[in-house]
Design a protein around this ligand. Structure first.
Ligand code: SF4
Length: 357
């Protein structure tokens, strides 16, 4: 039973709140999940940057052992053996992807595995492995305490329950909020005190950038899906610069395994720079769209498949941030073919032959 607590998505900090405020709830969720799937070993894969939380979490685990809530014959139930250890990550974003996380937990370089097989059949050390995030495990513990009907009565038909949101950026009250699924972006902005939001990034850089015209959209799986990160951008923000920073982040975090992600993110970054510096043309947008679709379709794991989202979603929802910076000229190739041919003829000492059809 593995808990994915490698929350590395920029703008996400809800797991940190879980670990500091309600660690018992998480360990309880892991324990009941372990009981449900017949696991005797639980691993929390903790984000490297959260190392400072480790001593406190180890104390909580020790206390739970003393109380008979971890270890052998838990709560006096014969054969209910389960314990938890904490494994530190090493600061790689891609280890938030479940198979990379397992590679790292086994002591190897954190790179995605080819799937199938999926972790439920062959996961940690080739054992069947249930792998969930911290919030899901907390939900499991609360559902057991309060009943499934209580949980299902909240949210929407296809997204039952509540969602933890880490809200940051240009708002008066940033922080971690628990809201019912189905809350509109408008209502969330009112809650966090963001009256003048010009854009909201829902789901972190790999999610969706929403413009004011779409603030009526709802946060739920059937509309705006999010792992928990919500970033608010006020009117003073340069959204092209934001997209550029997100793209640079993905280029930096790409593990380099496959070319579409490794090369595509770098090329996209360069083209964004060209637009920012006033050297972009309509042709840039066309080629960037094609490149984006290729990177999305051909990358091996979720990082590459979502790395182009900042560009693609802003191109769809706020195209002006690009078009207003394009130069008036149509695409001008950097290579002057005639000059290049003349130069090579000079070097070769003879003229090129042109065969007539
Ligand atoms: S998509 Fe990117 S992060 Fe994922 S395997 Fe390919 S290179 Fe690595």
């Amino acid at each position: 039973m593995v808990c994915n607590a490698d929350e590395g998505e920029p703008g996400t900090f809800k797991d940190r709140v879980v670990f500091t405020e309600v660690p018992d709830l998480l360990f309880e969720g892991m324990t009941v999940a372990g009981y449900a799937v017949g696991a005797s070993e639980g691993i929390v894969y903790l984000r490297a940057e959260y190392e400072y939380l480790l001593p406190g979490l180890l104390e909580v685990l020790d206390r739970r052992r003393r109380l008979g809530l971890l270890g052998r014959n838990i709560c006096g139930k014969e054969g209910f053996d389960f314990d938890v250890r904490i494994q530190m990550g090493a600061g790689s974003y891609v280890c938030g992807e479940e198979s990379s996380l397992l590679e790292s937990a086994e002591g190897r370089r954190g790179a995605p595995r080819t799937r199938p097989p999926f972790p439920v059949t062959r996961g940690y050390r080739n054992q069947p492995t249930a792998l969930n995030n911290a919030e899901t495990l907390c939900c499991a513990a609360r559902i057991l305490a309060k009943g499934a009907d209580w949980f299902a009565a909240q949210g929407t038909r296809d997204s039952t329950g509540t969602k933890l949101l880490s809200v940051s950026g240009d708002c008066a009250r940033p922080g971690t909020y628990e809201v019912e699924f189905g809350l509109s972006v408008n209502k969330l902005l009112a809650l966090v005190g963001a009256d003048e939001a010009a854009a909201v990034q829902v789901g972190g850089p790999s999610g969706t950038c929403v413009a004011p015209k779409d603030f009526g959209r709802k946060i739920c799986y059937e509309d705006l899906s999010t792992g928990g990160s919500v970033m608010v951008f006020g009117p003073g923000r340069d959204m092209l610069e934001v997209v550029r920073d997100f793209t640079e982040f993905f280029a930096e975090e790409s593990c380099g395994w496959c070319a579409p992600c490794r090369v595509g993110t770098e090329v996209l970054l360069r083209m964004l720079d060209e637009i920012r510096d006033g050297r972009g043309t309509q042709d840039h947008l066309y080629r960037m769209m094609q490149l984006g679709d290729t990177v999305k379709a051909c990358s091996r794991c979720g990082l590459g498949q979502t790395a182009v989202n900042p560009f693609l979603t802003t191109l769809r929802n706020m195209r002006d941030i690009y078009t207003e910076r394009l130069s008036a000229h149509e695409y001008v190739p950097r290579l002057d073919l005639k000059k290049a041919v003349a130069f090579s003829e000079e070097l070769a000492g003879h003229r090129s032959e042109v065969k007539e059809e």
